[in-house]
Ligand binder design. Structure first.
Ligand SMILES: O=C(O)CCC(=O)C(=O)O
Ligand SMILES: [Fe+2]
Length: 328
């Protein structure tokens, strides 16, 4: 049975075969395995300890769960219902009635041949986007605006924890009118067997804020082991992205993650805000985080250069490697 499951999925490397084995095995021995998995760090934004917990989580996992945020449940569930209504339309209607400026895609991720068992809507988001041409976009903007504020709040708590001044040194990149952020809604249809939903990758921006319905599937890589993330629709999940790894000179690690769908699985719907800097922003370590004599392993680059390079690579490619001063 294990053998059949493994051969059903096309995976390219031995490493992913091993991880798939762990995922499959874990699905059948959930209790025993869960006891051995390190718990995903949880941050309660209303607590004084939030800034130090955020720094700890970003150093150890590059990922954490946020509880006690103040994003209205109504906004979340209304957008989610609207998204489900779109994805459940007949294929021809979805292709004809894409809620612009979103683009709609199915099974194919990026331009380099990555595939996954999903459909998605993706758009760039502008901070000053007040005129909305349709219902869906209006709702998406009502959702994105407080999410961006929460992302900025988290980056400011992070700056406090790192003793950075001014405390908006990170958040201003997202609140800038020219911030190049994105918003994506992923829909994973129910599937018959175990399938790859979204291949392993890191997100290239500064931070990503993910919220999903109660369907599982997301996994993060820690110390060589894929850890399943238990879904919680009332929480948000934060990723350290590639630019934040560079800005902290590797003190924070951008988290590798993927989505693996399993049998008897219900539809997963995730909504992700990718907080990115303006295209012209220079991405380099923050000098006050550098110890004496410490050097950056990266050449300096702009977000525009990085995002162009990322667009030309496969999902699982180490996207920062072309920017290393001495190639691996
Ligand atoms: O859909 C998910 O849960 C994760 C997707 C993801 O990692 C992405 O869209 O970058
Ligand atoms: Fe991602």
């Amino acid at each position: 049975m294990l053998h059949i499951l493994l051969t059903e999925i096309s995976v390219s490397s031995i490493r992913s075969q091993v991880s798939l084995f762990l995922t499959t095995f874990q699905a059948t021995t959930m209790v025993a395995f869960n006891d051995n998995f390190p718990c995903i760090p949880v941050v309660d934004l209303s607590q004084n300890s939030a800034s130090s917990l955020i720094v700890e989580a970003c150093e150890s996992f590059g990922f954490f769960q946020v509880k006690n945020h103040d994003i209205s449940t109504d906004i979340i569930t209304t957008l989610e219902a609207k998204a489900f209504a779109f994805f459940e339309l007949p294929q021809s209607a979805k292709e004809k009635d894409v809620p612009r400026p979103f683009c709609y895609n199915t099974n194919s991720i990026g331009r380099r041949g990555d595939t996954g068992c999903l459909e998605y809507l993706l758009t760039s988001v502008s901070n000053s986007d007040n005129i909305h041409s349709n219902d869906f976009l209006t709702l998406a903007n009502i959702y994105i605006s407080p999410i961006r504020k929460m992302a900025c709040q988290i980056l400011e708590l992070m700056a406090d924890g790192l003793k950075l001044e001014p405390r908006n040194v990170l958040s201003r990149l997202l609140s800038d009118d020219k911030s190049d952020s994105r918003f994506r809604i992923n829909y994973y249809p129910p599937c018959a067997g175990m399938e790859l939903g979204f291949g392993e990758h890191t997100d290239p921006q500064i931070i990503s804020v993910l919220r999903s319905n109660a369907a599982s599937g997301l996994q993060i890589l820690k110390d060589g082991i894929w850890i399943p993330v238990p879904p919680d629709p009332s929480s948000f999940y934060i990723n350290v992205d590639d630019c934040l790894q560079v800005m902290t000179n590797g003190r924070f690690k951008s988290v590798k993650h993927k989505v693996i769908l399993s049998e008897n699985w219900k539809q997963r719907l995730s909504m992700i805000y990718f907080g990115g800097p303006p295209l012209s922003a220079k991405i380099a370590p923050i000098s006050s985080l550098m110890k004496d004599e410490e050097e950056s392993p990266y050449k300096e680059f702009t977000w525009s250069e990085f995002t162009t390079s990322v667009a030309n690579t496969r999902l699982d490619f180490d996207r920062l490697s072309p920017f290393l001063k001495s190639p691996n």
